[in-house]
Write a protein that binds this ligand. Structure first.
Ligand SMILES: NC(=O)c1ccc[n+]([C@@H]2O[C@H](COP(=O)([O-])OP(=O)(O)OC[C@H]3O[C@@H](n4cnc5c(N)ncnc54)[C@H](OP(=O)(O)O)[C@@H]3O)[C@@H](O)[C@H]2O)c1
Length: 218
């Protein structure tokens, strides 16, 4: 499948590497492809992953049958707006978090409680099917949940389109091996899952590793 990933950071790279290894044609979207190519860290990564292409946000938006938003939270709306027309009708997996580091650690949220970044993205892209997921785990765990407790932990799903959520849940199982997917409801459930990242940060500080997750027990 042609897949778009918006974002050249660690998350974008981890997802692109995994999806390319599964045989998907991945294009990563960035502000300025030439400048990104010249970043030593990205150049080294791309040399190791030559099948992954790089384009502007608009080029990347046109490439994929499916898109994943892995942009910095504060940059997500501006970045996705540049691909708005090409995302019409498509599934957009949103894993961004509206983290505000302006006062250092721990972060706060720049949107939350009565709104969320997931909802803002759905409003920006009204005909796209935005599915919020993966934002509550570290990128290594996103693509390899089995490395934590053999995969016995939870991943939340939120979105307004039931078919799109079912499709994404199928991909999460097939691509990465997720076993425990919890569909919380509409895209407004992003208010809770984005805020849950504040707890994730505190636990990370205590454990000293990002390779953990939460499990639901009854
Ligand atoms: N780190 C994790 O394990 C993890 C886990 C769950 C969720 N998340 C979420 O995943 C997202 C990506 O995280 P990350 O650590 O990989 O990368 P990041 O450093 O948060 O974001 C990098 C991306 O944001 C773009 N960006 C930054 N400032 C911008 C601006 N002013 N205008 C347009 N684009 C801008 C960069 O564009 P260029 O390519 O042009 O530089 C780059 O593509 C974040 O929302 C984060 O909260 C991260």
């Amino acid at each position: 499948m042609n897949i778009t990933i918006f974002g050249t950071g660690g998350v974008g790279q981890t997802l692109a590497a995994k999806l390319a290894s599964l045989g998907h044609a991945v294009m990563i979207g960035t502000r300025d492809p030439q400048a990104t190519h010249q970043r030593p860290e990205f150049a080294a990564w791309q040399a190791a992953h030559p099948a992954v292409s790089l384009g502007t946000f608009a080029q990347a938006g046109a490439h994929g049958a499916l898109a994943i938003n892995a942009l910095a939270g504060h940059a997500s709306l501006a970045g996705l707006a540049q691909a708005e027309a090409d995302l019409a009708g498509k599934i957009v997996i949103d894993l961004s978090n509206p983290l505000d580091f302006s006062n250092g650690m721990p972060p706060s949220l720049f949107v939350g409680l009565t709104d969320s970044l997931g909802e803002q993205i759905q409003r920006l892209l009204p005909t796209a099917k935005v599915v919020k997921t993966l934002n509550t785990v570290n990128s290594d765990v996103m693509v390899n949940p089995a490395q934590v407790a053999n995969g016995d932990h939870v991943l939340y799903i939120g979105g307004n389109d039931p078919e799109a959520k079912a499709t994404v849940m199928g991909y999460l199982r097939e691509w990465f091996g997720w076993q425990h997917l919890l569909d919380l409801g509409g895209i407004e459930t992003s208010r809770a899952t984005e805020a849950a990242v504040l707890l994730w940060v505190q636990v990370w500080g205590k454990l000293g590793t990002a390779h953990f997750n939460f499990k639901i027990v009854q």
